[in-house]
Design a protein around this ligand. Structure first.
Ligand SMILES: O=C(O)C1=C[C@@H](OP(=O)(O)O)[C@@H](O)[C@H](O)C1
Ligand SMILES: C=C(OP(=O)(O)O)C(=O)O
Length: 442
């Protein structure tokens, strides 16, 4: 498979977040969705023939997925920026680097049961802390042998035997919707399919499970999701289908925030009229914060108010939007309560602790609660915003930098997880220019 080009600019660290000198007026096009790209790649790899993933995201997370599937024996070739995927016979041992990608650590092991060989999984240091034990236990119950050190975490090895019995399994997926998506994505290829029942606190990020279900149905897979907390996938082939990947609507958050926080106007092109991406919720969230939001002919335009309003929001379904929304709340003129997101403590970092610490470091008045944050208006000041290897923490930092002088964002390059060369795109959007190699705006 083809490797990505090196980033055009290597930003300085910490990186001075650019601040515009007034309301901006910009049109922005965004790279593809991580969640759609990684599902499309995985489903293409277990499909009944070759297919093409069009306009895929090429970022760290999707390259890790492509490499994982290629190391199993899948053909993945670059075709004018698209990825042509040819299913292969999976009959060798392999090592999979999950990096910090939840979608790789959770989605790949269930399909490895269909391979013949030992596949070892590991990842970045923090990845060894992210939850996966419930899903590994469920795989064991479905007939896939997983060897780990008893912690139910990376590193672990999956012993593929070529077939998986499948059947009914009970799982507590309150830590991550990806446990459910992972089992469903592989389930059609199990002998008895898979019937997943969730027991426990509510499953977060339900739109992402809906995304999984829709992508399976588009490939002719029968999915019964008529009961709450139960998803049944019938055994059968996964049809090879070419998918065109939508722009990443969660990564639209900082760009829409640019309009929202500056009292300016930002249009994101290619916004789908119907989508399962949780980022679509930004339309409602930004409207609640006082923005004028219009979707017309695939262009989503956000016009910011003079001062943003605080909001009281349950973000349980759209937890990955929390860092950007919290940053906007810190700029608002009234208090905000963000609720329902205890599970994001298991994301790239403990996002509630990280946001409370880093917003607070720049003067924000923040209370960290077990399942959320309370943020009250305060005078903010410059300083270093730490990001904890979390791309969405970097987004939060640059959003603050829109309204506060001298915000330095630590390790802005961590955005490469889901957005190639974010610093250049961000500088261009904020200033209408791009940074030079030293990171200084030109
Ligand atoms: O299935 C997916 O593509 C995702 C599901 C969500 O995970 P959680 O359910 O763990 O929050 C989301 O936060 C993550 O960014 C992507
Ligand atoms: C939680 C996230 O990622 P992951 O797919 O690694 O879980 C995220 O992108 O916000």
């Amino acid at each position: 498979m083809s490797e990505p080009a090196a980033d055009a600019a290597t930003p300085t660290d910490p990186w001075p977040a650019p601040r515009p000198d007034g309301p901006v007026d910009r049109v922005v096009s965004l790279p593809g969705s991580k969640s759609l790209t990684n599902r499309a790649l995985l489903l293409a790899a277990i499909a009944d023939g070759p297919s093409v993933v069009r306009r895929p995201l090429r970022s760290r997370d999707t390259l890790l997925m492509a490499r994982a599937l290629a190391s199993l024996g899948t053909g993945i070739e670059d075709r004018d920026g698209d990825w042509a995927v040819t299913p292969g016979s999976w009959d060798a041992d392999a090592d999979v680097d999950c990096g910090l990608a939840g979608t790789v650590m959770r989605f790949v092991p269930p399909v490895v049961g269909l391979a013949r060989g030992t596949v070892r999984f590991d990842g970045d240091p923090h990845m060894r802390q992210r939850p996966v034990g419930q899903m590994l236990a469920a795989l064991g119950a479905l007939g896939v042998r997983v060897d780990d050190d008893g912690r139910g975490a990376l590193p672990f090895a999956v012993q593929g035997t070529g077939t998986v019995a499948g059947g009914t399994v009970t799982i507590d997926a309150s830590a991550s919707s990806q446990f459910v998506s992972a089992l469903l994505l592989a389930g059609a290829r199990y002998e008895q399919g898979v019937d997943v029942r969730h027991v426990g606190k509510p499953v977060p990020s339900l739109p992402h499970i809906e995304m999984t279900v829709q992508m399976l149905r588009r490939r002719g897979v029968e999915v019964d999701d008529s009961d709450a907390n139960r998803w049944a996938v019938a055994p059968g082939p996964v049809r090879a289908v070419d998918d065109e990947i939508e722009p990443d609507l969660s990564n639209a958050a900082p760009f829409l925030a640019l309009g929202a926080a500056t009292g300016g106007r930002v249009t994101v092109t290619g916004w789908p009229s119907r989508t399962t991406q949780p980022g679509d919720e930004l339309r409602e969230i930004l409207a609640l914060m006082g923005c004028d939001v219009t979707l017309s002919g695939g262009d989503l335009t956000v016009v910011g108010p003079e001062r943003l309003s605080g909001v009281d929001l349950d973000l349980h379904d759209v937890g990955e939007l929390t860092p950007a929304v919290a940053a906007l709340c810190a700029l608002a003129g009234s208090p905000s309560h963000l609720r329902g997101v205890a599970h994001i403590r298991g994301h790239e970092t403990d996002r509630l602790a990280a946001l409370a610490t880093e917003l607070g470091r720049l003067g924000a008045d923040v209370d960290e609660r077990e399942d959320g944050l309370t943020i009250r208006p305060a005078d903010l000041h410059g300083g270093t915003f730490r990001t904890y290897a979390d791309h969405r923490m970097a987004h939060a930092g640059v959003i603050l930098g829109l309204a506060v002088d001298d915000v330095l964002v630590e390790d802005v390059a961590t955005t490469a997880k889901t957005f190639p060369d974010f610093a250049t795109a961000w500088s261009r959007a904020v200033l209408g220019t791009s940074p030079d190699r030293s990171g200084a705006p030109t």
